[in-house]
Design a protein around this ligand. Structure first.
Ligand SMILES: [Zn+2]
Length: 141
């Protein structure tokens, strides 16, 4: 074969697997993952926006102020007056619930922006993006 591929056989001569060099594996990994239907695992998961939850929150809005649609990222300065009107999105909705907790992901720097709606005020928390998950995956080879 080649220095890059070592086929492994059991004592009866049946092929049981193959060993690839790091170089060979890096070259064929995307193809192998795609063939096995595992390609999504290699990419960060993109969840659809839970717009139904947002619609429900608006429907049952019982705060003494109008529905707010502005989002701002303290981390990179990205900002919008109406996140839902942006195309493409500056901020993606990641969660909304009836308690008034609405989360977004900044599409510029991936920071998480959480808006908490209280009776008399709205607070915003901005958490910079950490790709711990991706890094630990890459650390394995
Ligand atoms: Zn940002």
């Amino acid at each position: 074969m080649s220095d890059h591929i070592n086929e492994l056989f059991d004592e009866d001569g049946n092929l049981i697997g193959a060993l690839l060099t790091a170089e060979a594996w890096t070259a064929v990994k995307p193809v192998v993952l795609a063939k096995l239907g595992l390609a999504e695992v290699a990419r960060p998961e993109v969840m659809p926006e839970p717009t139904d939850d947002w619609e429900t929150l608006k429907e049952y809005w019982d705060f003494p102020y109008p529905v707010d649609t502005d989002v701002a990222c303290e981390h990179c300065g990205n900002a919008t007056d109406d996140w839902a009107a942006d195309d493409p999105r500056k901020f993606r909705l990641t969660a909304a619930n009836l308690a008034g907790l609405v989360s977004f992901q900044c599409q510029n720097c991936q920071a998480k922006v959480v808006k908490k709606h209280f009776k008399d005020t709205i607070t915003t928390e901005c958490t910079p993006f950490r790709d711990d998950k991706v890094r630990s995956k890459e650390g394995r080879y």
